[in-house]
Design a protein around this ligand. Sequence first.
Ligand code: ATP
Length: 345
Amino acid sequence: MPTKINDLNKFFGDFQALKDINLTTEEGEFIAILGPSGCGKTTLLRLLAGFTSPTDGEIYMDDVLVGNNKNSVPPEKRNLNMVFQSFALWPHMNVGDHIKFALQHHRHMKRLSGAALDERIDEVLSIVGLEAFKNRLPGDLSGGQKQRVSLARAIAPKPKLLLMDEPLSNLDAELRIEMRREIQNIHNITEASIIYVTHDQGEALAMADRIIVMNEGRIEQIGRPEEIYSNPATPFVATFVGKANLFKGEWKDDGFQPENTDLIWHNSNISEDFMKAGIYPLRPEQISLAKSEGGMLKGTVMTKQFQGKEYHYSVDVNGQTVIVHLPLRENYEIGEIVSIEPNPN
Ligand code: ATP
């Protein structure tokens, strides 16, 4: 379902949780809202759901005004459903009955009964791979299976928009990766739009069509995962997504001069925000080390971690800790003095 948010602000008393939010999403789009704890992700999702109203600004869904500071269409009258971090299942109700209950209490699905009702229950259970678990109680399911039940329950009434608030954060690391595929599959089959809140950059990069990166109540950048990763608009995005090291210095006509050096690092693809802040971002894999040479930026290897395909080093550069990832054949020892420069690739 296409949504549009215009100049939205949200205050709790004197505290401004959301600042000047503008956003347009397309039919069927998978949007991830990514940001650190407290940046306003859940508040934005709750406004979209209709649990709370904006202090000012408007929210449109399917071109219809659903929320401003005077009127708010209640959640059950918006064509959407939510999936939460906690699975919110009833202990005494089996899997099939959870889906049945969701259908029987839905505005548009109430009239479904008999064979049609059973058919829809089986259909959604097969989408999430739980056909064989229809008669199980939640207590006899694994964490991943419980989250599948809550996904099935959310998609059962065929909402046009699914709002998901950190749905995978109660699952262990391996299962979280498996469930990413599950959610992509649900997105493909149902064709519903998804707005997915997470603080996990891996989830956002892996699943979303577009990512909204938020910080302190503001949108820092909106873009496709590839854009956000390769062309971060602000120093915050560069560090939050991809853990860039931020080097201080001065941008000149021919490139960047790191502090306390007369070197020039070239980069033709850097946004205004970095120029103004005098910052050059380099991800751990974008840095080369070499045996120390005169005239280069120097550092001391502080830690070295074996990570299977590569070593992860931390290097002290004039008091700044710089993280560098290198293939195993590039081997340095703790205490070694090294030269640091942007990797030419
Ligand atoms: P997390 O990832 O930790 O859930 P979040 O990005 O979802 O964080 P929100 O829950 O949206 O953050 O909260 C944003 C800010 O608004 C926080 O500082 C929070 O304390 C504040 N806040 C949220 N709800 C209320 C409320 N009802 N009253 C007062 N302050 C609130």
